[in-house]
Design a protein. Sequence first.
Length: 253
Amino acid sequence: MSSTPQRPASSPPTREDLSDGFDQAAGRYDLMVALNPGYRRHLRTAAELLVASIEHPTPTLLDLGCGSGLSTLELLRAARRRGMTPQIIGVDASTGMLAQAERHRWPQGVTFVHGCGESLDELGLPPAHGALACYLLRNVTDLDATLAGIAAALGPGAPFVAEDYSVRGSADAQRRWHAVNRGVILPLAKVLTDDAGVYEYLHSSVDDFSTMPELADQLHRAGFSDVASRTVRGWQRDILHIIHASAPHEHRR
């Protein structure tokens, strides 16, 4: 069974480092991701996959690592297309990102909470019918603790959908990822933002993140079942992955 890959020992980012970095990037983050033509479409795909297996008409849904609220909006729209009236709780460790999310006009039932993936149990969240985590898992300091917390936050058998980058399983994906980052994303970040440091981190975090078989092992250890993943089309093939799993049917004691 694979173990969680470790970041280089020189200067691993702390939880506070990551939160501060995203706070600083928050004001221009939506502008940066808008330059990725598939970004919103991929969020929509993940949100639709989550709600497709939920039958409850008024589900409680978690948007973990909600950032500026783009994934929250796609989750709200996906639920409404299925005739649901959801209660959505967006959770993020960055107060700057949450401030951006709260600038939007949200319907009743959409709320935001400041908190970390590693300590969801401290937030007093209600049992959820499903959880979405787009670009969260590789940005936590303890992935095993985060997955265990997500499993505990979900109702028995509830779906969990994650979307994230992973390239260690493909040399070709690594080459394309490096080319796009070094040739496009990082130069744009230096022009459009005051501090491109968070984008340097995001580049390296993808290199370090689990392969999909490793992530499947970690999900199974956290009690999830029916774990499956698929990649997307286009230049992000074998770079961006959408993962689906089911929460434990009985929570561990």
